[in-house]
Design a protein. Structure first.
Lengths: 171, 271
């Protein structure tokens, strides 16, 4: 049993290290482009266990809608995380998030294979939520806070529930 | 002759190196299925028409202002207000707690109201339970906690139920106004490309503001505009050209697919 565990641990560690992370990022980028969402002008740094994408401009339908300072992709096979840091919005999204988003964590684990959990914080306060991959639904729960009064356009998209102020969308 | 690898070294290899070799092989085998080059910005099909397209409409977002009729929406939000439970007193004759909100300290008797909204409904040796707005809020002794305060938040959003204009006359001045000012157009309508088998077959009207000139034209939400004056609208460039040529017309025929049935809408543009 112990040998099997050592074998499994080394196999996963090997996969994490040898995983072609840059290629995975390009593949994910191509998948996003089918939704006319592009990341351009970014710098990619591949490390042993993670990949950093820095200073990316986000284009939707070829129009710049924002910028991201850093995206850290950490594919650890059984526990995968993408951290998006310092998102600033432009155009019509700017009134929604005037202060931008400080950090957003997307986490996917094999223990919960049908869901991606989201946690983050921005000028609007903390937000948490999940993406249900089976139902194709994303739910974000904003914590009721006085700072949300600065985000009337965002508030108009939310509804109140026991969990907090909820934004739901399907894809 | 002594073998190059004895049993011991083979076991060591199987235990430590084999999983790494497998991992490297799997990673290498995956390479042909992954994309090896980035999506260059130059490869993105940038169409000038997009400059006029209101991206936010795709997400149901709208900007405030302009001529869109706005309505006031008030939402009630529970916001946390920091409080600390300083002390709990309870004996057979009286039970009360000491609560501070950072500015003042108040003694609250069991069953009484605090700040005229929080009723003290429970006391334990290390906590106090308040009730307000149909919710229970617990403060732990000596720990920072929150009592929720219901506040009204006001937002202004487009009023889609605004009464439509009664006139069905489409004046040339109106056509000129919307043709020359695309920004106004996109406040009233939202269209999206309809692509079938990789080819644009038309543009679906996903939103149309009630009372706008576009609604008066008889165009309905869900219509797919496939042609103007018998010319197919099969690209953004064609749609844009047809739209811009509205200025020079005295009549116009728009072909739409409504409920999968083609329908011609013909109009005269008055002087």
């Amino acid at each position: 049993m112990k040998r099997l565990m050592v074998f499994g641990a080394l196999l996963i560690a090997g996969l994490v290290v040898f995983l072609p992370k840059t290629y995975l990022y390009y593949t994910a980028e191509e998948a996003l482009s089918s939704a006319r969402l592009h990341l351009v002008g970014e710098t990619i740094e591949e490390r042993v266990v993670y990949l950093d994408v820095r200073d990316a401009t986000v284009l939707l339908n070829a129009m710049p809608i924002g910028s991201v300072e850093r995206i850290r992709l950490m594919p650890l096979i059984v526990y995968n995380r993408a951290t998006v840091s310092s998102v600033a919005f432009a155009g019509e999204f700017a009134p929604l998030f005037p202060e931008g988003i400080e950090r957003l964590d997307f986490t996917y684990t094999v223990l919960n294979p049908t869901k991606v959990t989201i946690e983050g914080v921005g000028g609007f306060g903390p937000v948490r939520g999940e993406i249900d991959l089976m139902e194709g639904k994303m739910t974000l729960v904003f914590e009721p806070s006085p700072v949300l009064r600065l985000y009337p356009l965002l508030l108009a998209k939310l509804h109140t529930s026991e969990k907090g102020l909820v934004y739901e969308t399907s894809f | 002759m002594k073998p190059l690898f004895d049993d011991r070294s083979l076991r060591t290899f199987n235990r430590y190196a084999l999983p790494l070799v497998i991992a490297m092989s799997v990673s290498t085998a995956a390479l042909p299925f992954l994309k090896a080059t980035p999506n260059e910005a130059a490869q993105i099909d940038i169409v000038p028409f997009y400059d006029l397209y209101r991206i936010g409409e795709m997400f149901g977002l709208r900007s405030e202002g302009g001529e869109v009729t706005m309505k006031k929406v008030t939402r009630e939000v529970l916001t946390p207000v920091p409080h600390t439970l300083n002390a709990v007193y309870a004996d057979p004759t009286r039970a009360f707690v000491s609560v501070t909100d950072g500015a003042s300290t108040t003694f609250v008797d069991y069953g009484r109201l605090y700040k005229e909204r929080y009723r003290l409904i429970g006391i334990t040796p290390d906590s106090a339970v308040f009730s307000a707005y149909g919710q229970r809020m617990t403060l732990k002794l000596g720990e920072p906690g929150n009592l929720s305060l219901k506040e009204s938040v006001t937002a202004y959003v487009p009023d889609e139920t605004a009464a439509p204009a009664s006139s069905f006359v489409l004046a040339r001045a109106t056509v000129e106004r919307y043709t020359e000012n695309m920004g106004e157009t996109w406040k009233n309508v939202s269209i999206n490309e309809v692509v079938q088998k990789g080819k644009t077959v038309g543009f679906r009207v996903d939103r149309i503001a009630e009372g706008s000139p576009f609604a008066l034209l008889g165009i309905q939400k869900g219509d797919v505009i496939t042609g103007v004056d018998n010319k197919p609208i099969d690209s953004y460039a064609a749609a844009f050209a047809a739209y811009q040529s509205g200025l020079r017309r005295s009549a116009i025929k728009i072909t739409v697919l409504r409920n999968n049935q083609p329908k011609d809408l013909e109009y005269e543009i008055s002087r």
